[in-house]
Each structure stands twice: as structure tokens, then as C-alpha cells.
Design a protein around this ligand. Structure first.
Ligand SMILES: Nc1nc2c(ncn2[C@@H]2O[C@H](COP(=O)(O)OP(=O)(O)O)[C@@H](O)[C@H]2O)c(=O)[nH]1
Ligand SMILES: [Mg+2]
Length: 387
């Protein structure tokens, strides 16, 4: 009698467990149907990490006090990296200090290893302050397109007193501006109406291997390029224009057999920097095909958009372009709302797509044959410009 009751109970428990599993599978399928996956890719410095952080601020839990504390060191390191780049450029561009005493402060800054910095000593803050107010350094800063300098240099330097104050905690804007060099796989997910947007990004260890590992099993390519790089070059002895490098990578990725039929979303980022620099740096100097007026930011952005669009050769391929500023939450939120409203309709829902949807993130990274990299290297366009 007892045995019979017990086996009935086990049977009921097994049936319940079965039902629970079926419900989990149904829920998971439903979620997958509403989930849209994006593979974010672009050249270094396009603003991809900043976009991830911005999304976290807009849609996620933001940054905890602990997270903010972790960025303090990065902001200090960015200050040293920026001032070292400026003082080095003073030498290479042969610009004298307005106040010759600042040569000594420049040496103090040069002696520091930025990656080992964890605090900002008062004497270093003072040296950076003196250097930043030197007219020679400002002349050097105005020639920043000729050397590598962090985009957030002016922002951090102008806020040096706040940053150097005891107990400094980075603000959201400080965090968005901080340049880090994290590598590997990043993933973020957020709700957009009834949809869940999931974005993957893979940062390889070296730029050369950017196409060795790519994310598969996604619905969209989200390519990010910087609008402000049209007048910049990889290094002073190399004539590789950074915007052309972005165009080359774009061409390779959208023509990759894995993504050939996939809708493309293009974020042309750093529109604020373009608007500022276009006043003094004429686009036509670097892209002679540009016929717009000097200082016309709209014309410059339209022209750059045209360069990317002309690459999308496949018939009927959907390319959706957004001009963005990753530092502006309203602008980024609007871009994702537009994607939700205008782009999702073009994608066939991935109902019953099969087991590939069930894999963990490891299954999303696919190893591509190294030959892709060789093609990438060989396809570099060398552009010589008159300096
Ligand atoms: N002014 C401005 N700076 C930006 C924008 N997007 C990114 N940045 C800055 O550009 C630098 C490089 O951005 P990051 O996200 O690290 O580039 P990644 O290499 O693509 O991850 C950082 O200092 C960012 O704060 C933008 O739209 N406007
Ligand atoms: Mg990054």
C-alpha cells in the first residue's frame, strides 16, 4: 500500500518536472523570437566601448560606486597618457614651450609609466596644470590630427581641479570619456518595447586579427565608424588614412559570406568632433572628390555616408545609417528606437530556428581562416597627401 502511494507520488513529481521543462522551453523559444542579436564591429577608437557604457547608463543598472571607483585609476592614467603624447609631440613637431621652465615639468610627466599610475600626486597634477596652460602646448594641441592623442584630452584637462581633488569619484561623463584597452568578448542586453536587443562585440588582441574571430548567429551587423578620422593617419610615417581603413574593414565584413544577406546598421559616430574640426580642417584636402563647402558639417557627413553606402553593392541590401554621438544618451536612445521602429520589420522572425540558438556565447565565436587577414592587409589603400 505504502509502496503504491509512494510510486504515484514519484510519477506525479516526474510529470510536474516534465511540464516545468516544457514550459521553460516554450518560454525560451518565445524569448528567442523576440530577441534581436547584433554583432558590433569597427576599427579601434570608433567609440564601441563608449556605446556599451552608454547603453548601460540608459538601459541598465548604471555604474555602482564600486564601478566608479574602478574608473578613477583609468582617468588618472588617461591624463598622463594625454600629456605624454602632447609633450612628445612638442619635440617631434619642434614646438618650443612658451615658458621654458615647463620643460622640467614635461620631464616629470615623461618619467611616469601611465599603466602603473593609481593615484594622482599633487606635484603631478600641478605639472599637468602648468603644461596645459602653456601656449606652446596649446599650439601643439591645435595640431593634434598629426599625432595620436586621446579624444577626451581637453575634457579631462579642463576638469583637472575636480579630478585632482581628494576623494574624486568619476561621473558618468568621466566614465564615458575614459579610454581603456579591454580585449575579448563583451555582451549586453536591454529591452526595447517587446523586444530584447542583445549586442555582442569581440575585441581581438591585435588589430591584425580583427577578422580572425567573428560573431555568428546574429540578426544584424552593427558597424561603428568614426566620422572624425577623415584627416588622421595611422602614424606619421604611414600614409594610411584612418577613414579609408574604416571603409576597407566595412567592405570586408559586409562581403564576408557569413553576413552577405544580413541587414547592416551603420553608426557614423563622433559627429560632435566632426562638427568642431570641420571648421578648420577641410575634408577636400583628404578626399578630393568632396565638393561641399569648407566648414559645412552636414555636407561632410552626407559625403562620408555616401562613401560607406557605395560599398554596399548587394541588391536590395538593407543599410540603415545613424549619425551618432556616443556621449549623448538622448541621441543613442533615439538611434535604437529608430532601429526598433524601422528595421526590425525587415527581419524574418527566427521562429523554430533550431539548436544553434541554444548555444552559450562560446558557440557564437567562429574561427575564420587566417587568409582573411592577409586579404585585409593587402587591401589597404595607400593615400598620399600633400602636407
Ligand atoms: N567627443 C566624442 N568622443 C567620443 C565619442 N565616442 C567615443 N568617444 C571617445 O573616443 C575615445 C575612444 O572610444 P572607445 O569607445 O574607447 O573606442 P573603441 O576603441 O571603439 O572601443 C574615448 O575617449 C571616448 O570617450 C563621441 O561620439 N564623441
Ligand atoms: Mg574599446
Amino acid at each position: 500500500m505504502w509502496r503504491c502511494w509512494s510510486s504515484n507520488q514519484e510519477e506525479r513529481a516526474a510529470i510536474q518536472a516534465d511540464r516545468n521543462i516544457e514550459k521553460m522551453i516554450r518560454d525560451h523559444r518565445k524569448r528567442l523570437r523576440l530577441e534581436r542579436r547584433f554583432y558590433m564591429i569597427g576599427e579601434e577608437n570608433s567609440g564601441m566601448t563608449t556605446l556599451f557604457r552608454q547603453i548601460r547608463i540608459i538601459h541598465g543598472e548604471g555604474h555602482s560606486d564600486q564601478d566608479r571607483g574602478g574608473f578613477t585609476k583609468t582617468v588618472f592614467q588617461n591624463l598622463f597618457t594625454a600629456m605624454q603624447a602632447l609633450t612628445n609631440a612638442m619635440t617631434t613637431l619642434n614646438i618650443p614651450y612658451a615658458n621654458p621652465e615647463n620643460q622640467l615639468y614635461s620631464q616629470w610627466i615623461q618619467d611616469v609609466k601611465p599603466q602603473q599610475v593609481s593615484t594622482l600626486e599633487a606635484r603631478h597634477a600641478d605639472a599637468i596644470r602648468r603644461l596645459w596652460s602653456d601656449a606652446g602646448i596649446r599650439a601643439c594641441y591645435s595640431r593634434r590630427r598629426e599625432f595620436k592623442l586621446l579624444d577626451s584630452t581637453e575634457y579631462y584637462m579642463d576638469d583637472l581641479d575636480r579630478i585632482a581633488a581628494p576623494g574624486y569619484i568619476p561621473t558618468d561623463q568621466d566614465i564615458l570619456r575614459a579610454k581603456t584597452s579591454l580585449r575579448g568578448l563583451e555582451e549586453c542586453a536591454f529591452d526595447m518595447g517587446q523586444h530584447c536587443f542583445r549586442i555582442y562585440r569581440y575585441t581581438p588582441v591585435t588589430r591584425r586579427s580583427i577578422l580572425h574571430r567573428v560573431i555568428v548567429s546574429v540578426d544584424f551587423l552593427l558597424f561603428v565608424a568614426s566620422l572624425s578620422q577623415y584627416d588622421q593617419f595611422e602614424s606619421s610615417d604611414d600614409f594610411e588614412n584612418l577613414l579609408r581603413m574604416n571603409l576597407n574593414l566595412f567592405k570586408l565584413i559586409i562581403n564576408n559570406r557569413l553576413y552577405r544577406s544580413m541587414p547592416v546598421i551603420l553608426f557614423l559616430n563622433k559627429k560632435d568632433i566632426l562638427a568642431e574640426k570641420i571648421q578648420t580642417s577641410h575634408l577636400q584636402t583628404y578626399f578630393p572628390e568632396f565638393t561641399g563647402k569648407q566648414g559645412d558639417a552636414e555636407a561632410a557627413m552626407d559625403f562620408i555616408r555616401g562613401l560607406f553606402q557605395s560599398i554596399v553593392i548587394a541588391e536590395g541590401r538593407l543599410v540603415c545609417v545613424h549619425f551618432t554621438c556616443a556621449l549623448d544618451p538622448g541621441n543613442i536612445h533615439q538611434a535604437f528606437c529608430d532601429i526598433k521602429d524601422n528595421v526590425l520589420a525587415y527581419v524574418v522572425p527566427r521562429v523554430n530556428e533550431g539548436p544553434q540558438c541554444w548555444g552559450g556565447t562560446e558557440q557564437l565565436i567562429k574561427l575564420i581562416k587566417p587568409s582573411t587577414d592577409v586579404r585585409y592587409r593587402d587591401k589597404k589603400i595607400k593615400t598620399r597627401i600633400k602636407k
